[in-house]
Design a protein around this ligand. Structure first.
Ligand code: CTP
Ligand code: MG
Length: 168
């Protein structure tokens, strides 16, 4: 899941510049808001794909050292996970704006799982064979249980470090 986890964090570091929605509003609320930028989305996606490429190179080393083969990421799957994570986050912002939540407002559960849902859905659409072989039911269960905990921890840390304006 690392190629799906890193994009949001990279976007926080790289974010800024022109918002994707160009300032457009729908029914008085922003389409997405200033928190979803072209640069954050592009850098986030690139960071996830780059990490996947790095993990692919590391996989034989890990397998030799531990006897356990970690998953590898064909390029389409890597793009699906990384871009899907960003798309899930953007989709959640769209829903937040439509439900009266301002930029930065908390949306419990959605904030913690939007990028997972986007990443898994995109990876499955792009490379279903790889997805089904990699995300077996027990793996999916672990991902869905552990991700919210990891998300709360990393965002809390980013908040304490002054990188993020809210701890979620
Ligand atoms: N960010 C970005 N582009 C993205 C996602 C995030 O530039 N596609 C950057 C923005 O600077 C954003 C920060 O990362 O403010 C934190 O992301 P997030 O918490 O997802 O955005 P919010 O500002 O909280 O906005 P929203 O309420 O729409 O989630
Ligand atoms: Mg936020």
């Amino acid at each position: 899941m690392l190629p799906a986890y890193i994009p949001n964090n990279a976007a926080v570091l790289a974010g800024g510049g022109a918002p994707i929605d160009g300032g457009r509003t729908v029914g008085g609320s922003r389409l997405l808001g200033d928190g979803k930028t072209w640069r954050g989305t592009a850098v986030g996606t690139a960071a996830g794909v780059a990490l996947a490429v790095g993990l692919n190179r590391l996989a034989p080393v890990v397998a030799a050292a531990t006897g356990v083969s970690p998953p590898t990421f064909p390029l389409p799957a890597a793009v699906g996970l990384a871009f899907g994570a960003m798309l899930g986050d953007v989709t959640a912002s769209f829903v937040k704006r439509r439900t009266g939540r301002e930029r930065g407002a908390a949306f419990p559960v959605v904030d913690q799982l939007d990028f997972v849902a986007g990443a898994l859905a995109c990876a499955a659409l792009i490379d279903f064979g790889w997805f089904a072989a990699t995300f077996t039911p027990p793996v999916l269960g672990v991902v869905i249980v552990l991700t919210p905990a990891l998300h709360v921890a990393t965002n809390g840390a980013a908040y304490l470090l002054g990188l993020k304006e809210e701890p979620y």
